[in-house]
Design a protein around this ligand. Structure first.
Ligand code: NAI
Ligand code: MG
Length: 347
């Protein structure tokens, strides 16, 4: 099995090797291994060639079973270039229409909000359409009448597939599905979203669906994080909610994510939620747990379920034991956290 590695920029280059060591250690317990193939794409390549990845980048990645990404983004380059030059084309070309973000409190990682230690949510974010569209334009640049128009794109097919995935996930968990909406203010796309999600949920009698306006949902997540199970949301709402839920769980540095092509027609992409964190990059202090947890999601997707479970148990034990990076109030380095997890897996 071969995995394309895109460590990317900033702390991506630090957390990715840390995570690979842990994934290898988990696989070794089961006599398995994977091949990691490095690609030095990202902002360095952009500064040299004006491209985040080579012209045939997508074809190259298509030859792998999965893609493991750190983060991309450099203060000197506009984020639109780094994001639309690499991550968004990969998500779309490979029909990774599910962005899965499990958020669960970890022992030893205090939540900043009351009740935050009870959070155990899976956020299912639509990843291919919605508010992140290329349709629109900008006119009269620099003039008083300057205007920008960005068109939201919601299709029945797009909503149906993400809704069905979320309903299936809710069935396999607590049976509670929350849909983020804004049908009071966004009067065309959001009522459509509500209808299609409701149809998908109606097909599963064991699933109770609740649609909540995104603003109220944000407040309720903070006030009562323990009441949510599976949340399905559009591209933009899901992006915002997942950072919020990640913060409730303690730190963005521990949050994992998977960009899934559930049909497995194309490789899926696995990446921590956090970005390249230029403010702490190069110091070896980034929290690798988000990337390591992401590695567990990848192992699970690739069918290495036992190794995935071992890896999860190991990083939870190490965090609980107090081996923590600075964002969690500890003094451990990235490599020390990784080494502690590898040692735990070798026991
Ligand atoms: P960020 O996630 O990089 O950083 C936000 C804050 O969280 C910073 O203070 C950072 O130090 C801290 N942080 C993040 N990850 C951490 C970790 N593992 N351990 C400890 N602290 C951590 O988000 P920001 O600052 O908005 O974006 C920085 C760059 O990353 C931008 O260029 C942005 O476009 C890019 N980005 C890329 C993403 C990706 O490649 N998927 C996702 C999010 C942002
Ligand atoms: Mg985000």
């Amino acid at each position: 099995m071969s995995i394309a590695v895109l460590a990317g920029d900033g702390i991506g280059k630090e957390v990715v090797p840390a995570a690979i060591a842990c994934v290898d250690a988990a696989l070794a317990r089961h006599g398995s291994r994977v091949d990691w193939v490095d690609y030095d794409w990202g902002s360095d390549l952009y500064l040299k060639t004006g491209r985040m990845m080579p012209v045939d980048g997508i074809e190259t990645l298509a030859r792998h079973e999965a893609i493991f990404l750190g983060a991309v983004g450099l203060p000197e380059i506009p984020d639109t270039e780094t994001l639309w030059g690499l991550l968004i084309p990969i998500r779309r070309e490979f029909r990774q229409y599910i962005n899965l973000r499990p958020i669960r409190a970890l022992d030893g990682v205090p939540s900043p909000v009351a009740g935050g230690d009870d959070i155990d949510v899976v956020l299912v974010r639509e990843n291919n359409e919605g508010e992140y569209s290329e349709i629109g334009g900008r006119s009269y640049r620099g003039r008083p009448e300057e205007e920008a128009i960005q068109v939201n794109v919601f299709t029945r097919h797009g909503i149906e597939r993400v809704a069905r995935y979320a309903v299936g996930l809710a069935e396999s968990r607590g049976g509670r599905l929350t849909s983020a909406t804004k049908s009071n203010g966004i009067i065309h796309t959001m009522p459509f979203w509500d209808e299609v999600v409701a149809e998908a949920a109606a097909a599963a009698p064991g699933v109770a669906l609740e649609s909540i306006l995104i603003d109220a949902l944000a407040a309720r997540l903070v006030l009562d994080p323990g009441r949510f199970d599976v949340i399905v949301a559009s591209n933009l709402f899901g992006d915002i909610l997942s950072d919020l839920a990640g913060a409730i769980a303690g730190s963005i540095g521990v949050a994992p994510s998977a960009n899934l092509n559930p049909e497995r027609q194309f490789p899926s992409l696995f990446e921590p939620v956090h970005g390249s964190a230029p403010d702490i990059a190069g110091r070896g202090v980034a929290n690798p747990i988000g990337a390591i947890w992401t590695g567990a999601l990848m192992l699970d997707h690739l069918g290495h379920t036992a190794a995935a479970d071992d890896l999860t148990t190991a990083f939870r034990a190490v965090t609980k034991a107090g081996v923590r990076t600075a964002d969690l109030g500890g003094t451990a380095t990235t490599d020390q956290v990784s080494a502690a997890i590898v040692a735990e897996l070798a026991r």
